[in-house]
Design a binder for this molecule. Structure first.
Ligand code: ADP
Ligand code: MG
Length: 404
């Protein structure tokens, strides 16, 4: 717990006997009641454990999925609380509401060094409300449960939500260890990164990620693009992309980026071959992957991974990089037939002599699912959206509120 003392104790002082509300990001993928990837829970442990060991009465607040502001058993944090208890090696109390009678009773029953988890914070409409008063009223209730607040949910620090932003205005607050580490790594990616600095982008949330390119075009030496967003770039270059993921309204933006890159000497590297199939993978049929040149995607097909020649080329580009940021799988890695591009990039990242950062929920899940050791990477970020917004140069409300 050595790094822990810096951000926390400086601003919170002695936490023994204090009720400390910790906003964690426990938003893990679930298959029914089974947690399929507990990475975010494990990443949340050090701060919770550190506070408990320091004698705090730890009250964890978190969300799971996107319930509609009202209780929904499908999104209960109960299985997550149980897993947290296993990882901590101590029983964790669970409140069946977030700020109601159960929460009051559970928090009231905590002894020094004990941990409780509150039910999904998004079961309350006030959490994500755009109305400051409604959010504030809910934050008042959350703040009423604690003496201090620790912000450790990196995956949500870009959200102006009650348990992230408003509650920090109502309690003595500090940054948790996870958020402090994430911000430190992101700073190293933006303030004089060691060169060559290569950024790899993929995934499916195309328009979310085009924004980051804008900022990185001034910072990175090379941008390797795969995943779903590649097809908007290929189309922008005049190629047909068949039934592939495409954002028509971003074509001009992509053209502008390509032009800017060639002017500024930043290289945008696109795949030269693509693995296609005639349908998106589903349980109903066996995949029939076919490798085609990126410029010759058949009209009846869609691109689902970068091809073997491109995977090799991307790996070669990464071989001499000193700083790498990777967000977004190169293909539909969940299906083995379309996982090779993602595997090749992950493999290349493990060999980087310098700082290698994997950002994004699915990217992090991909490296684990494909069997890589987490320690093979410099850092695996728990927050995709938050790290992208930081790299875009945007202010993160959940961080700004801690810096007053
Ligand atoms: P992250 O969570 O790491 O930020 P995203 O959520 O943007 O990444 O994207 C992850 C998803 O992108 C994966 O589920 C993967 O199957 C999908 N994906 C990757 N390549 C393609 C593609 N060519 N077409 C459609 N989906 C893709
Ligand atoms: Mg994702």
């Amino acid at each position: 717990m050595t790094q822990f003392s810096t951000p926390l104790s400086s601003s919170l002082g002695d936490v023994r006997g204090k009720r400390v509300l910790v906003r964690s990001d426990l938003n893990v993928p679930l298959d029914g009641m089974t947690i399929t990837d507990d990475g975010r829970i494990r990443a949340s442990v050090p701060t919770i454990q550190g506070l408990a060991e320091a004698g705090a009465r730890v009250v964890v607040v978190a969300h799971l999925g996107r319930p509609k502001g009202t209780p929904d058993p499908a999104y209960s944090l109960a299985p997550v609380a149980a897993r947290l208890g296993e990882l901590l090696g101590v029983p964790v109390a669970f409140a069946t509401d977030t700020v109601g009678e159960s929460a009051a009773a559970v928090v009231g029953g905590l002894a020094d060094g004990e941990v409780a988890v509150l039910e999904n914070v998004r079961f309350n409409a006030g959490e994500t409300s755009k109305d400051d008063a409604e959010r504030g009223a809910f934050a008042d209730q959350l703040a009423g449960l604690a003496d201090a607040f620790v912000s450790d949910g990196f995956g949500v620090v870009h959200r102006k939500q009650a348990s992230v932003y408003d509650v920090a205005q109502r309690l003595p607050h500090a940054m948790g260890q996870l958020v402090a580490t994430e911000i430190d790594v992101l700073r190293r990616l933006t303030v004089s990164p060691e060169r060559p600095y290569v950024v790899v982008l993929g995934g499916s949330k195309v328009s979310d990620k085009l924004g980051v390119i804008d900022n990185l075009l001034d910072k990175a030496d090379k941008l390797l693009i795969g995943g779903g967003m590649v097809f908007t770039f290929l189309k922008a270059q005049g190629h047909e992309v068949g039934k592939s993921l495409l954002e028509e309204d971003q074509l001009d933006t992509c053209r502008a980026y390509l032009a800017r890159a060639s002017e500024s000497g930043v290289e945008i590297v696109l795949p030269t071959d693509i693995v296609v199939d005639t349908a998106f993978p589903s349980g109903d049929r066996e995949p029939e992957p076919v490798v085609v040149p990126a410029s010759e995607i058949p009209a009846d097909s869609l691109g689902l991974d970068i091809g073997p020649e491109s995977a090799k080329a991307f790996a070669a580009e990464l071989a001499d990089a000193r700083t790498v940021f990777w967000n977004g799988p190169m293909g539909v890695f969940e299906v083995e037939a379309f996982a090779a591009g993602t595997r090749a990039v992950a493999e290349a990242l493990t060999r980087v002599d310098g700082l290698s950062v994997v950002g994004g929920g699915d990217s992090a899940a991909a490296v684990r699912q494909l069997g890589f050791e987490e320690s093979a990477f410099g850092h695996i970020s728990t927050g995709g959206g938050a790290s992208l917004e930081y790299l875009e140069g945007k202010e993160l409300p959940g961080i700004a509120v801690l810096e007053d």
